[in-house]
Design a protein. Structure first.
Lengths: 325, 499, 320
């Protein structure tokens, strides 16, 4: 953690913690099942794969891009991971899942950075492509017959901590360090914030931007492996709407569309809010349809808030400038 | 004095149609501040771009500490110890001060950044430079002036042999300028060679050792600061360009058509008041950072809303380009390619854009009339093209500018705002654009020329306002001389203005 | 003079070369599978292409304004539900009008979020996608709404003489849009806004209003597309046509529209949709699954954009 980051974390993201707390109290009031340890673990279990994918989204947003193909990438990786696992064993399955995710991400990245096609267009094309491929490979049916050791990824525990939570936690820490402490992370922030300036000091922006998508793809692949283990099958219909949740989590956590800002910790908080919201609404018996409406509204509000914040900062900066004498 | 740190000999650089640098000699010794002066287009920035590896010289030799070098690209130039403080900021807003300073060479082994070492080093650098900022502070929170200082800190964080500063005080207050000068004096003591580009003579007098003046791509004189009176420098800068043909003045002046009262915009200009008269060509000039372009945009209702008021024919002008156009204004912006033309659209479409409603009934265009009118206008402004349907991006700068002017002629605009109308325009087209302006004014329009090209301002304008640091500092009539303008714009060293 | 003649010919080749390509490709398919070129099949292609064509027009309005609309699919679902519901209670014509109105309202909402709240279009419309999908499911309780009045089937299934009604509707839409784009002040303002927003602003275009109008028009045409689709299946479907926005974008890209805003002609939209629909149809002849067709949709979008870059046209140089 950089010095002052905790202050920034608590200062800037304090509102998120507050929202989280308020939601907890609210849902706790509505239903006493909500504020139990087992439900908390349940929320975290659901949040873990979402967090992995959302961190990937954050990395891409920091670099100045956007990935709308996450959901399809997860579905494709899930299908391939499940096939590989049932044919060659759990390790091959995991490797295949992450590898597929990374490969899809790399294609996105190269098209965006080297061929300079808009990220939105590239990733919606990939969205269609990957979803089609996932269905073609499975003919639309789930792939079952996973080895038990593979599903252990979802249900196993290590020192009492469920595996998905453990994996997501470790990855989160890793990404916190990579984005905050390494050249790669610093360069990505630089590229997203002012690409021209980054180029001027000699940063190789093209491969780095592509790498952001590769990383996001690999993280989506990991999310796919956990989802697959949780569902005990590879599913071509998996993760519908995930692109929206991941963007929402990133933006709530402080990542601005346009690049240069965002932190994995912020994304964690955003992910938790989304998961708690979903879990609470489930317990409160809100229909999934209404849940979708709520989520759609939430992301718009998050982005509106972000825009407002940016214009406030800009206005403050203009005022701070010395007027010509 | 020994071997100069930087020695440029016989540097020439040719661009299509122009000889930008013509056998320029330029050298700086250790611990010397060598000031470089000259108009826009005189060749100073081209010379510095050759030095910093942006352009390759066609002829000539560059020596650093006596060794011949050829900067291949900016990164290579930096390795050679040549560092530039850019005029437009090149910092990364999202990163901290420390990360920005060290961005090109982050400390630490392998992939990891040694943040502790970085912060420590930066804290020392900032302290030694007397810049009061925390290394952890993100740059977007800093004022522009502080960002400028960070930019300088970045340039000297790694041992620089040659430091190029391009108008470093443009956005600094007098106190910050003092800080900057202290930094420069310390660098001098350490034996760094400083190239200092500025138009502020009083600054040059207080910090410089030698002055070189450039004009038309040549070094027209290098002298010691003590010998350089304002008059000598101004004389060197002006010289005589290839005789430009300016149209004869219209010479009439009617009622005021546009009145500006106490217009202010934070960080750009302050307390600006003036009138524009019927059939007048008014010039507004000033050096970089004087607020001239910001004023032009404000008059046209673009950008942040200024305080104060603008009246046209007695009515108060609302703040929007649409209102300005409705009140009869037309704007030829300084950034033609990004603000004046939709480059991927055809000439006809661009030219017709502001005046579509004049040739439409209930929203339906009369295409025949449009084609006729645009053909007519294209001939009137002397546009050279193969077809009106040609994409405009393929035209030359001068022809593009004629299209921008024609846009407003088609709309019968009566008040034309020209911002740098001949920047990037070849000599031939330049005369044609001057003729166009004069014709319009003779036909009953009024014009304001927002221009930093003094010769053009003197040649074209009935009346000239000079701006310095956001304020109007003088008004001159026809027959004004360029040296008078220049002295006002840069602030006479002996007049005591400025820091 | 000779030079100008050449330039003219070149422009015409750019304009119609794509159709030549389409014709040759169709001939080749026809040689392999003669039934592909039978009048009945060509009619089927026309019928299938029509709703997509209307949706592509909807997408084109926002794309030309320099934006994008990813909510087309679920917006169409809501519209189909609303239209069928209203048709059942109020009659076919009010049902259709309600559908168009719903489309326009959803577009208006997108437009307000994008222009007033300054949310980037792809985010706003992805939000709308989820939002509208929720409403579509909510309206029917998760199941389709069926049995509209018999006359509701006409737009999607009826015939006008030898021609399918959908195709006639689509053709009328094309003519209307062509006139709007080439003959109206609004069309020019739309192109200028998408081409360079700053230039448009400094030329007196009411940029915000034009962008909003683009979304409203897009919503309205999405409404029309949804109505003919609902009419074809005689029901309002909560999952009417999820891939609609992607196919529409693919069609625009294939037609040669840059997707960076400010350009596009009705001819290009038509070409893109025809290539797309003819290809889908041809793939059916070769018994290639709809999944592969979906993959091709994605791949074609990117390939078309790469291709137009390689062509080195002035348009392509602009991008980047």
């Amino acid at each position: 953690m950089r010095k002052g980051a905790w202050v920034a974390l608590l200062g800037g993201r304090f509102s998120l913690l507050l929202i989280l707390l308020l939601m907890g109290l609210l849902f706790g009031q509505a239903d006493r099942h909500f504020l139990t340890v087992s439900n908390a673990v349940n929320v975290l279990l659901q949040a873990s794969p979402l967090l992995l994918a959302a961190i990937g989204q954050t990395i891409v947003i920091i670099s100045g891009g956007l990935d709308i193909s996450v959901a399809s990438n997860v579905a494709l990786s899930s299908v391939i991971s499940a096939s590989a696992a049932s044919a060659y064993g759990p390790l091959a399955g995991i490797a295949a899942g992450i590898g597929t995710g990374a490969a899809v991400g790399t294609v996105n990245g190269v098209l965006v950075s080297h061929y300079r096609i808009q990220p939105v267009i590239v990733t919606i094309a990939m969205l269609t492509f990957a979803r089609g491929l996932a269905f073609e490979l499975t003919d639309g049916f789930p792939i079952t017959g996973l080895p038990r050791s593979y599903t252990q990824l979802a249900w196993g525990k290590w020192f009492g901590v469920p595996m998905p939570i453990l994996i997501a936690g470790v990855i989160l820490l890793l990404v916190v360090f990579v984005m905050g402490r390494t050249r790669f992370g610093t360069y990505l922030y630089a590229i997203g914030s002012n690409e021209e300036a980054a180029r001027l000091v000699g940063i190789r922006t093209v491969p780095l931007k592509a790498a952001a998508y590769t990383a996001a793809g690999a993280l989506a692949g990991m999310a796919a492996v956990i989802y697959t283990a949780q569902a005990s099958s590879g599913q071509p219909t998996l993760a519908n709407g995930l692109e929206l949740s991941t963007i929402a989590a990133s933006v709530m956590g402080g990542a601005s569309i346009g690049g240069g800002t965002g932190t994995p910790i912020g994304t964690l908080l955003g992910t938790l809010i989304i998961s708690v919201l979903g879990n609470g609404m489930n317990i409160a018996g809100v229909t999934p349809y209404v849940q979708q409406v709520v989520l759609g509204t939430a992301i718009i509000l998050a982005v509106v808030w972000d825009r407002l914040h940016i214009s406030l900062v800009q206005a403050a900066r203009r005022k701070g400038e010395p007027a010509s004498q | 004095m020994g071997v100069p740190v930087l020695d440029m000999r016989g540097i020439s650089k040719r661009f299509p149609g122009v000889l930008a640098l013509d056998h320029v000699d330029f050298n700086v010794s250790a611990g010397e501040v060598h000031c470089l002066l000259g108009h826009n287009g005189a060749g100073k920035s081209t010379l510095m771009k050759v030095l910093s590896g942006v352009y390759a010289a066609d002829e000539g030799e560059i020596r650093i500490d006596g060794k011949s070098v050829t900067p291949r690209n900016p990164a290579h130039a930096r390795q050679l110890g040549i560092r530039t403080v850019f005029q437009e900021l090149s910092l990364v807003p999202a990163l901290s001060v420390a990360e920005n300073i060290f961005l090109e060479r982050l400390p630490g082994r392998s992939a990891w950044v040694d943040r502790r070492q970085m912060f420590k080093a930066v804290r020392e650098i900032l302290k030694s430079l007397d810049i009061d900022v925390r290394p952890e502070e993100p740059v977007y929170r800093l004022s522009l002036a502080t960002q400028q200082l960070i930019e300088i800190a970045r340039a000297i964080a790694f041992r620089a042999r040659v430091l190029i500063m391009d108008e470093p005080t443009a956005s600094l207050s007098s106190r910050e300028t003092e800080t900057l000068f202290r930094i420069i004096r310390r660098l001098k003591a350490e034996g760094v060679a400083v190239v200092y580009i500025s138009h502020r003579l009083e600054e040059i007098q207080s910090i410089g050792d030698r002055i070189t003046v450039m004009r038309d791509g040549r070094n027209v004189g290098t002298l010691r600061v003590e010998q350089a009176s304002t008059d000598t420098v101004v004389e060197l800068m002006l010289g005589r360009r290839l005789e430009e043909q300016y149209p004869a003045p219209v010479g009439r002046r009617g009622e005021p058509v546009l009145s500006v009262r106490d217009l202010s915009l934070a960080g750009a200009y302050e307390g600006v008041s003036f009138d524009l008269y019927h059939q007048e060509i008014l010039g507004i000039t000033g050096q970089v950072g004087a607020g001239v372009h910001e004023l032009a945009h404000s008059l046209f209702g673009h950008g942040p809303r200024p305080r104060g008021e603008i009246r046209i024919g007695g009515a108060r002008l609302p703040h929007s380009p649409r209102a300005a156009i409705r009140f009869g204004m037309g704007f030829i912006p300084e950034d033609r390619r990004n603000a004046g033309l939709v480059l991927k659209h055809a000439i006809r479409e661009n030219m017709a854009l502001p005046s579509l409603r004049l040739r439409a009934a209930y929203g339906w265009l009369k295409l025949g009339e449009e084609r006729r009118k645009m053909t007519e206008l294209a001939q009137a402004v002397g546009l050279r093209m193969t077809s009106l349907e040609q994409p405009i991006g393929l035209l030359s700068g001068g022809n593009q500018q004629k299209v921008v002017v024609a846009k407003w002629l088609a709309n019968r605009s009566r008040i034309l705002l020209f911002a740098e109308p001949t920047r990037g325009v070849d000599v031939g087209s330049r005369a044609e654009i001057y003729r166009l302006i004069a014709e319009q004014v003779a036909g009953g329009a009024s014009a304001i020329l927002f221009s930093s090209d003094l010769e053009e301002v003197v040649g074209m304008c009935d009346r000239i306002l000079v701006m310095r640091r956001g304020r109007i500092v003088g008004e001159l009539g026809r027959g004004a001389r360029e040296d008078q303008l220049l002295a006002l714009a840069v602030g006479r060293a002996d007049s005591g203005g400025g820091p | 003079m000779k030079e100008r003649g050449n330039a003219g010919a070149w422009y015409r080749w750019e304009a119609w070369g794509g159709f030549l390509f389409l014709a040759v490709a169709c001939l080749i398919v026809g040689l392999l599978k003669p039934r592909f070129l039978s009048p009945a099949n060509l009619l089927t292609i026309a019928q299938q292409a029509s709703p997509l064509l209307i949706a592509a027009v909807a997408q084109a309005f926002v794309v030309m304004a320099g934006e994008i609309d990813l909510s087309l699919g679920s917006a169409a679902a809501v519209i189909s539900m609303v239209a069928v519901m209203s048709a059942k209670s109020l009659g076919t014509v009010p049902g259709i009008l309600m559908g168009l109105l719903t489309g326009a309202s959803l577009g208006f909402l997108n437009g307000i979020v994008v222009t007033r709240l300054r949310v980037p279009a792809f985010i706003a419309t992805v939000g709308m996608l989820t939002y509208a999908q929720g409403i579509a499911l909510y309206l029917g309780g998760g199941v389709p709404i069926e049995f509209p009045p018999p006359s509701f089937a006409w737009p999607g299934q009826g015939f006008l003489g030898p021609l399918p009604a959908v195709t006639v509707i689509a053709a009328m839409v094309l003519i209307f849009v062509h006139l709007v784009l080439t003959r109206t002040v609004f069309g020019r303002h739309l192109r200028a806004t998408g081409g360079n927003r700053l230039v448009a602003l400094l030329s007196g275009v009411h940029v915000q209003r034009v962008r909003l109008a683009a979304f409203v028009l897009s919503g309205t045409f999405t409404g029309l597309s949804a109505i003919v689709l609902a009419s074809r299946v005689n029901s309002g479907q909560p999952y009417l046509y999820p891939s609609l926005p992607f196919e529409a974008i693919a069609a625009l890209a294939v037609g040669g529209i840059s997707l960076r805003g400010g350009e596009g002609t009705v001819r290009q939209i038509l070409l893109g949709v025809l290539i797309f629909s003819a290809m889908s149809n041809a793939l059916n002849f070769f018994a290639i699954s709809s999944y592969v067709q979906q993959m091709i949709t994605g791949a074609m979008t990117v390939l078309a954009l790469l291709f137009s870059r390689w062509q080195g046209l002035p348009r392509a140089k602009e991008g980047g």
